[in-house]
Design a binder for this molecule. Structure first.
Ligand code: 1CP
Length: 332
């Protein structure tokens, strides 16, 4: 549950003012923020407190995270000259704070740590647009109007994702997630031509590490077969596609993660409870399933509602666990 900590009073107490990049670069604080949702909710894994733009920031390309807005660039990526603004990332120097955070976490956590990176399209969209966007007009104009420059940019972003993911796993992360949150803004043909090769490169470059790879995009119902085929073991599903449909579209051999609508966590408990049970029923006891929200936790979420969701899933999800004919597969 990305940003599960964000609505917690204990997060607000340690996060500090200004850009979260300050907190991310402070290993003690970043480790504490990573631990908070695990302590509070008893979830089965922790997700590293960082952001998808951290490696780009560390490579020296000017980017910040503006409170209440998200990633912003004062000078967005606009021409070939901007390629020189990326330094190749040396994780042992540029991302040393991340390794230190994970080192602290390895001594504290009793659940697995999930590492992550942003996929080339989603990260590049912030670099080209300069801020969060609804229409992705500039980044689409770049990819279709100057494919050569687009591919050069996406390749650099892919390299930074590979460097950060490998460093996270080497430091102790037990799974990785590649967030292509905004891929659903693309037509499947454009996704296949301009985006998929770069995400495939990232996922292939971490295959030898032997940790499960999750690949996720919101609004990605039409893209699910392509997202699954990019090279992963787990496919993240937002709330717009029923799990059973997602399983059909991905051929039944991938684990799925999702797909509770984060807005429904704000609904009365009876509504939320029914929705959680509906999702578990839709999973129909399939062993390859990770209960999660379909996207990040909304800032106004009441932590008690999430506590109840976790408790319910642990209680009922286990009871409704693998159906008998799937149980054999689960143990192999
Ligand atoms: O759960 C956690 O807190 C783990 C750390 C984490 C992760 C996994 C953060 C901290 N960000 C992310 C990933 C991330 N960041 C994604 C991919 C997953 C997703 O789509 O949810 C994306 C697209 C971003 C970019 C980003 N950073 C946004 C979205 C902006 C937009 O385009 O709408 C925002 C608001 C941020 C800031 C941010 N990052 C993380 C937190 C806790 C926050 C909230 C703001 C803050 O406290 O200052």
């Amino acid at each position: 549950m990305r940003q599960a900590g964000r609505s917690l009073p204990e997060y607000k107490a340690v996060r500090g003012e200004g850009s979260i990049l300050q907190a991310i670069q402070d290993p003690e604080r970043a480790a504490e923020i990573t631990l908070q949702p695990v302590r509070r909710y008893g979830v089965d894994a922790a997700i590293l407190f960082s952001d998808i733009v951290t490696p780009i920031f560390a490579s020296g390309f000017g980017i910040d995270i503006t409170p209440g807005v998200g990633p912003t660039c004062e000078q967005p990526f606009a021409s070939a000259a901007d390629l020189d603004r990326f330094r190749p990332l040396d994780p042992s120097v540029d991302l040393d704070f991340q390794a230190k955070t994970i080192e602290i976490l390895m001594g504290e956590l009793d659940v697995p740590l999930i590492g992550f990176a942003g996929a080339p399209f989603t990260v590049a969209s912030y670099l080209v647009e300069g801020r969060p966007t609804r229409d992705f007009a500039k980044v689409k104009a770049l990819m279709t109007g100057d494919p050569k420059l687009w591919h050069q940019l996406a390749d650099l972003v892919a390299d930074s994702a590979i460097a950060t993911l490998r460093a996270q796993v080497e430091a102790g992360a037990k799974a990785v997630q590649l967030f292509d949150s905004w891929a659903g803004a693309l037509h499947p043909a454009h996704y296949r031509e301009y985006v998929l090769p770069h995400s495939e490169k990232v996922l292939a470059a971490v295959a030898d590490l032997g940790v499960p790879r999750t690949h996720f995009g919101i609004n990605s119902g039409e893209l699910l077969p392509l997202i699954a085929g990019a090279g992963c073991e787990v496919v993240g599903v937002d709330w717009r596609t029923p799990l059973s449909v997602a399983r059909e579209r991905t051929g039944g051999t991938y684990a799925l993660q999702g797909n509770l609508d984060p807005a429904l966590v704000l609904a009365p408990w009876e509504v939320l409870e029914a929705e959680v049970l509906r999702i578990l029923d839709d999973n129909a006891g399939h062993p390859g399933y990770i209960f999660n929200l379909g996207h990040g936790v909304l800032p106004m979420t009441n932590p008690e509602q999430l506590e109840r969701v976790v408790e319910l899933v642990h209680r009922v999800g286990t009871a409704r666990g693998p159906a008998p004919d799937n149980a054999a597969n689960a143990s192999t």
